[in-house]
Design a protein around this ligand. Structure first.
Ligand code: GLT
Ligand code: MN
Ligand code: MN
Length: 388
């Protein structure tokens, strides 16, 4: 099977991902920097993606003149036109410039907080101009190294004020962005506010427009926190809050590696893809990752192709898993228990059900001895994944 992607698969890449020049905290870039239009061309060469995403300053440098901005935007728009790629998601760079060294929306300095909101309004204008419909908020500098620096409760109030304000702007302008908050536990700050999916979900419930705001989970970020990413994403699906997803890979216990999707933990990636497909996730599948620092341009194209191909191979494996006779047999053989009212577990409270359950007799030893052949089930899963 070819596993060739098409725009219907909704695969997207950030300008900062396939355009990543290979800089790291210890070394200079290993690849040439590309203009936005050149990154679009590279992605077109990889083939099959739906679109590109950008931070305001991936497209227009922070100190560009109006004339420079106009030229860049014109070239970028022409490249999109030529290739048929579109802009799907936009976001704000609130972490690169020294002004944000102590946070943006949560800075102690009200002038910095105002600048961060101002910059985001302009970045939303830019995203809307190019047709993005999802707006990601990654608060990379929202945090601290020492808790002497900030009141963490007041920081959440400030964070909420900023997001509420921007929701108001979204509504007033009629942009219809779906905001997606992206959690991360640390890096670049020692500690980042809203460190996990669960924190984001609780935060969203406190907002003025909770319907406008969802989550953008990233594989690497939950793995950095030592969590099960599939379970985290499941919770966003359960809450109706999976507005976007950042696919990549990451070894547990390491720095933010942003490796190619499925390259580190293919089994975890399999269960993630199975979850997304089984539950009919219909949003963008964004690869927020970058090629190894050792890669040249040709290998960056292989990295982009590999990301999409791996997703499609895992999607196919999920289909085969669901259709597999042995898997079906295992699942059917699992003890399910009785139906409601006939020995089953209660779902809604009623005095009658409570009285029945209160008085019910259970054979604990018999229940405990019902077989659960999960070793065999997991081994069959591995065999499907390895093509045995
Ligand atoms: C940055 C970060 C990512 C975020 C991007 C959006 S930028 O690369 O590491 O996880 O998704 O701001
Ligand atoms: Mn990300
Ligand atoms: Mn990351």
């Amino acid at each position: 099977m070819a596993f060739l992607p098409t725009p219907d698969d909704k695969f997207t890449f950030g300008l900062w991902t396939v355009g990543n020049p290979g800089r790291d905290p210890f070394g200079e870039p290993t690849r040439a920097g590309l203009a936005p239009a050149e990154i679009v061309e590279l992605l077109d060469e990889a083939g099959g993606a739906l679109g590109v995403n950008f931070h305001d300053n991936d497209l227009v440098p922070i100190d560009a003149t109006q004339a420079e901005a106009a030229t860049i935007k014109k070239d970028f728009a022409a490249a999109l036109e030529r290739t048929g790629l579109r802009v799907c998601m936009a976001t704000t760079n609130l972490f690169g410039d020294p002004v944000f060294k102590d946070g943006a929306f949560t800075s102690n300095d009200a002038d910095v907080r105002a600048y961060a909101v101002h910059k985001t309004m302009h970045a939303m204008d830019l995203g809307a101009e190019f047709g993005a419909d999802v707006y990601v908020m990654w608060g990379g500098r929202e945090g601290c190294e020492t808790d002497a620096a900030k009141d963490p409760v007041e920081s959440l109030n400030r964070y909420r004020d900023a997001v509420n304000f921007l929701c108001g702007y979204n509504a007033e302008k009629g942009y219809n962005f779906r905001f997606a908050l992206e959690p991360k536990p640390n890096e670049p700050r020692g500690h980042i506010f809203l460190p996990t999916i669960g924190h984001c979900l609780a935060f969203i419930a406190s907002l003025e427009h909770p319907d406008m705001v969802g989550v953008n989970p990233e594989v690497a970020h939950e793995h950095m926190a030592g969590l099960n990413f599939t379970h985290a994403v499941a919770m966003t699906l359960w809450a109706g809050k999976l507005f976007h997803i950042d696919l990549n890979d990451q070894a547990y216990g390491r720095y933010d590696q942003d490796f190619r999707f499925g390259s580190e933990s293919p089994k975890a990636a399999f269960f993630l893809v199975k979850l997304l497909e089984d539950h009919g996730y219909s949003g963008y599948r964004h690869f927020d990752s970058h090629a190894y620092r050792t890669s040249d341009r040709a290998d960056v194209i292989e990295f982009a192709r590999g990301s999409m191909r791996t997703y499609l191979m895992l999607k196919d494996a999920a289909k085969r898993w669901n259709a597999d006779a042995k898997i079906k047999e295992f699942l059917a053989s699992m003890p399910q228990g009785g139906l409601l009212g006939k020995g089953g577990a209660p779902r809604t409270y009623s005095p009658g059900i409570a009285a029945e359950l209160h008085g019910r007799a259970f054979d604990r030893a018999a229940l405990a001895s019902r077989p659960l052949p999960y070793e065999a089930l997991d081994q069959r899963t591995i065999e499907i994944l390895l093509g045995a």
